[in-house]
Design a protein around this ligand. Structure first.
Ligand code: GLC
Length: 533
């Protein structure tokens, strides 16, 4: 797991490393309740090491009523019993570190569960000292909500509390009231939770929904969204000009960063913000005092075509601040799976792109197997997004189904029926089947990760576009004298491409032999990595 010495010297781990997102409910169940847990993660650490990733980011495992599956936290420093306890957590961190794996936790600063002690106090009466830890407003003159703001999960973003006669604000579910970060004690209390996990040895945080942290202080309405049409999420009927990406957020991020910076071994701070590039860049902080890695989700939304992808990379690279290190994401627990978006054949090409681009890649659990969105029968829907707004295709259950580990009962994930259905093809499409098959996408991902680890040019090299046609996208990475060319055929027909004479390091096509034969064309859906002579 140890990177070459020259990389260690001037290059912190989160720049050369690859992050793997574990969705804990669906990774590995150890106690037969159909839901994954910490012991399960421990049992699969060797898999992650063999895969070749450097860090795991674990979606929330804190105490929670699970209305939003852990993103509704009722105690930030306790482990939910469904996942285990603090002793199991500490053991997991130790076991991960013993294998050279970093551990990144989710940090959810925008809201808590409505079962959190802070909110129970806040709603108990208007004069409670914690009243203003959340966002309370009087009703509008007609008794309705204070303004037109909408919840991301459907309906108004305000819920009336009859006991105290005011509305509280929630960007997400009514059971996820928003914290008021303008109250000085809120920031202090939340930063203390960061410290408590850092003291337990974690290596960083992925900060949830950061662009929602502040709302406009005047509480003015959000304007209508002119491009909204029937079939889109009702939340998008309005532009979120007053409810996301407010200026104060950057000060709060810097305060989180000051906390992590006070710890040894370079803990990483990663921010989740779905924003256009020009807004996203501000999350690095004007002088680098913001996130190390504001998640770059743009590959998930950009059409899978050479021109568009090349233009995205160009725009991203050129807008990065001088102190900003790039990063790329192809999937997560909120978005349609990669192989469903681009197709199984292209998901191999996409893996090659992700793992050869400049910047830290994040892989989502199961994408290394080519998992697709799993259809969920109506009686098994669990995601509140689908339950509240059915039929719009917003539900996230299809991308959160259990890892298929083997052909054993319940795919080796559990000894009982899992909380979400398995992929119907789990008997064939599972880790055990793929691990020894050199043609599998899992083997391809392992080979890519191995190559990335062994080639400083792929981690540190500059990015340069090479060739962009209707179907082909080629670029190179360059470090000193060293050059590596990556050529991707984004279509399903043969593409002529004069690869530079040199050594073929890897192809997505298992039949292509590594070596030095001259290349005049890429095969359908082929990606190729070549080191020119
Ligand atoms: C983030 C999480 C998502 C969650 C939401 C509310 O976007 O990724 O899963 O539902 O925040 O916490």
């Amino acid at each position: 797991m140890t990177p070459p010495a020259d990389l260690q010297a001037d290059f912190v781990w989160w720049k050369h490393g690859v992050i793997y997102q574990v969705y804990p409910r669906s990774f590995q169940d150890s106690n037969g309740d159909g839901v994954g847990d910490i012991e399960g993660i421990i049992a699969r650490l060797d898999y992650l090491v063999a895969l070749g990733v450097d860090a795991m980011w674990i979606s929330p495992i804190f105490r929670s009523p699970m209305k939003d599956f852990g993103y509704d936290i009722s105690d930030h420093t306790a482990i939910d019993p469904i996942f285990g306890d603090l002793a199991a957590f500490d053991w997991m961190v130790r076991q991960a570190h013993a294998r050279g794996l970093k551990v990144i936790l989710d940090f959810v600063p925008n809201h808590t569960s409505d079962r959190h002690l802070w909110f129970l106090e806040s709603r108990s009466n208007r004069t409670n000292p914690r009243r203003d830890w959340y966002i309370w407003r009087d009703p509008a003159p007609d008794g309705g909500p204070p303004n037109n703001w909408r919840s991301e999960f459907g309906g108004p973003a305000w819920t009336f509390d009859s006991h105290t006669g005011q509305y509280y604000y929630h960007a997400f579910l009514a059971s996820q009231p928003d914290l008021n970060w303008r109250h000085p004690h809120v920031g202090q209390a939340m930063l203390d939770t960061l410290r408590s996990w850092l003291d337990r040895g974690v290596d960083g945080f992925r900060v949830d929904a950061i662009h929602h942290l502040f709302e406009d202080e005047t509480f003015a309405d959000n304007p209508p969204n002119p491009i909204w049409r029937e079939g889109m999420s009702p939340a998008e009927q309005l532009l979120r000009t007053r409810t996301v990406d407010q200026a104060e957020v950057h000060g709060a991020v810097a305060s989180m960063r000051r906390v992590t910076d006070a710890y040894d071994d370079n803990p990483v701070l990663i921010g989740e913000a779905y924003l256009p590039l020009e807004r996203l860049m501000a999350y690095y902080g004007g002088a680098g005092e913001g996130f190390h890695l504001p998640f770059n989700f743009h590959l998930m939304t950009t059409p899978w075509r050479p021109q568009e992808i090349a233009a995205l990379i160009e725009a991203y690279e050129s807008q990065l601040p001088a102190h900003g290190w790039p990063n790329w994401v192809l999937g997560n627990h909120d978005r349609s799976r990669l192989a469903s978006r681009v197709g199984r054949s292209q998901s191999r090409v996409a893996a090659m792109l992700l793992l050869t681009l400049r910047g830290t890649p994040t892989l989502y659990q199961g994408d290394e197997l080519g998992m697709v969105d799993v259809p969920i029968p109506p009686d098994r829907v669990r995601d509140p997004l689908e339950l509240n707004m059915p039929g719009l295709g917003l539900g996230r259950d299809p991308v959160r189904t259990p890892m298929p580990w083997s052909g054993e009962p319940y795919a080796g994930f559990s000894s009982t029926e899992p909380w979400l259905p398995l992929n119907p093809d789990w008997r064939d499409m599972n880790v055990a089947r793929q691990i020894d098959d050199p043609a599998s996408i899992l083997s391809l991902n392992r080979a890519l990760l191995r190559l990335r680890r062994s080639e400083p040019c792929l981690t540190r090299g500059d990015y340069r576009a090479h060739t962009v046609t209707d179907q082909l996208f080629a670029f190179e990475r360059a470090l000193g004298e060293d050059r590596i060319v990556i050529a991707l055929n984004l279509g399903d027909s043969l593409q002529s491409f004069e690869a530079p004479r040199g050594l073929i390091l890897l192809s997505t096509d298992p039949d292509r032999k590594a070596g030095s034969e001259p290349i005049a064309a890429l095969r359908p859906n082929e990606g190729l990595i070549v080191r020119p002579r």
